[in-house]
Ligand binder design. Structure first.
Ligand SMILES: [Zn+2]
Length: 225
């Protein structure tokens, strides 16, 4: 007890809640970047115990899903060899989820609405897990970008790689001319558009992994004052 091995500035605050931070974490999580030759450009953010996502089962789930997405570029496909197969072999839970899922997305029809969606053969993605992952990453990226926690709540999350349900036009329009940020854009980049509250008050963040696995997170920003 009393062993103060982590020395962070007292001004460090959690990327999510603004409480004092107790650790740092990588964003996006390290487990999805096993194929990258250099990890020293990865982003870190300070976090409290509650919002530290390290070693989260949800992140592993996303990493495995990412690894089998055929839409990814060649860098992403390396994941199949360096990450997905070892993970699947060592996790019976994940293995059962992804069994026979490796043929990639195809079109399926929603029996209730008749909507055509892109899905994985016989595979129901666990959207709660994915939404949790994307909200964490989006908030951490926002903190990294603006050096303060995002003040607002999630309006909607659109995993563009899983479904052809489009994000609202206003969200897409906000991102249209947004710059791509990222030291390793072939592995990960983000785009950010925070609209003036006089307009829609939306904060829109696109997360792009291996150029083929994209998600849009739409926040309703709090009014400041
Ligand atoms: Zn926190």
């Amino acid at each position: 007890m009393g062993k103060n091995k982590k020395k962070y500035s007292t001004t460090d605050i959690c990327y999510w809640c603004g409480n004092p931070s107790t650790s740092k974490e990588h964003v996006p999580p390290r487990c999805i970047f096993k194929a990258l030759p250099s990890k020293n450009q990865l982003i870190t953010v300070p976090s409290c115990d509650l919002h530290n996502h390290a070693k989260s089962a949800d992140d592993e789930y996303f990493a495995a899903l990412l690894a089998i997405n055929f839409q990814n570029n060649i860098v992403g496909k390396e994941q199949v060899h360096k990450m997905a197969i070892p993970t699947l072999l060592h996790s019976s839970g994940l293995a059962s989820r992804f069994k026979d899922q490796s043929r990639g997305p195809f079109m399926i029809e929603d029996p209730d609405t008749g909507d055509i969606q892109r899905g994985f053969h016989g595979f129901e993605p666990e959207l709660d897990r994915l939404n949790n992952v994307f909200e964490h990453i989006a908030r951490a990226i926002y903190y990294h970008h603006y050096k303060c926690p995002l003040q607002g709540s999630v309006e909607h999350i659109f995993p563009e790689f899983l479904t052809n349900i489009q994000a609202p036009t206003e969200a897409i329009n906000l991102l249209k001319d947004a710059q791509k940020h990222g030291e390793n854009p072939e592995a990960f980049y983000y785009q950010m558009a925070i609209d003036n509250l006089i307009n829609t008050g939306l904060g829109v963040i696109r997360l792009s992994f291996y150029e083929g696995t994209n998600a849009i997170v739409v926040f309703q920003m709090d009014a400041t004052e």
